[in-house]
Design a protein around this ligand. Structure first.
Ligand code: B1M
Length: 203
């Protein structure tokens, strides 16, 4: 199983796919393989936080991990390995999605079911997605100082209508102080921290 772990860290999708198939042929339980995939992405998160891995490498690892997951997930008949559901999007007026995509990928890698609403998402679309998907957490991303105001309004609208939902925020101009000021339940400075934060909020 060390080989799967290593392939994920290298961002080697082909290697991960071959490794997962080999592990299955060797009779290793799908749940054990999933644990291995999740642990390897946890290590990617640690390396990213320490500055030992950078955005392109993290994206490659997350992609490789996702491919591996696609093979094993259907084999988990009746077992639910989801940590919970998260709706995520970049707020209205904002078209930046590279960081948000990274956050979505690491959340998926951490075992969450992620519903990604994309960019330029108005509050009403978040509300409709909450009604449809009943998530435990909603994540908002903003990269512009101008859209921080939209983030504030969107967080306010979500909390007012769905008090039990946890709202987390992030993006380059966003800070813990700003998150506190708009009553968000959590702030994360990077994708790896966002996955840790979501796990903490769920538990
Ligand atoms: Co734009 N842009 N941009 N841009 N752009 C910035 C953000 C800017 C800082 C550049 C600058 O002037 N130095 C500046 C904002 C200034 C400000 O408001 N303070 C800026 C501007 C002004 C603009 C336009 C207005 C430019 C124009 O048209 N005149 C325009 C706005 C369009 C719009 O949104 N309405 C614009 C357009 C664009 C492009 C379309 C060309 C492109 C976006 C492409 C895309 O996303 N698909 C773009 C890009 C690429 C950037 C920069 C260069 C890079 C952003 C990025 O992807 N970073 C950026 C300058 C910079 O940041 N150096 C800039 C990499 C990414 C991994 O990091 O997004 O911070 P980041 O995400 C991190 C964390 O923030 C965090 O985790 C991520 C991963 O670790 N995070 C979360 C993010 N979301 C999170 C959510 C969470 C938790 C953590 O919980 C839910």
């Amino acid at each position: 199983m060390d080989y799967i772990y290593a392939y994920v860290l290298e961002g080697d999708t082909e290697g991960v796919v071959k490794g997962v198939k080999r592990a299955l042929q060797d009779g290793i339980e799908p749940a054990v393989i999933i644990d291995c995939l999740i642990n390897s992405m946890a290590e990617v998160g640690v390396r990213m936080k320490n500055g030992d891995m950078f955005v392109p490498e993290v994206l490659a690892s997350a992609e490789a991990m996702k491919e591996g997951l696609q093979i094993v997930k259907p084999l988990l008949s009746g077992e639910n390995y989801s940590q919970g559901k998260i709706v995520i999007g970049t707020v209205a007026g904002d078209l930046h999605d590279i960081g948000k995509n990274l956050v979505a990928m690491l959340l998926e890698s951490a075992g969450f079911d992620v519903v990604d609403l994309g960019i330029d998402v108005p509050a009403e679309k978040f509300m409709a997605a909450i009604e449809e998907h009943q998530p435990a957490i909603v994540g908002l991303s903003a990269l512009l100082t101008t859209t921080m105001e939209t983030m504030k309004k969107t967080v306010g609208a979500i909390i007012a209508r769905y008090p039990s939902i946890r709202v987390i925020v992030g993006g380059a101009p966003v800070s813990q102080e700003f998150a506190d000021s708009i009553n968000a339940h959590g702030y994360a400075p990077d994708a790896a921290s966002a996955a840790d934060l979501a796990k903490r909020l769920i538990n």
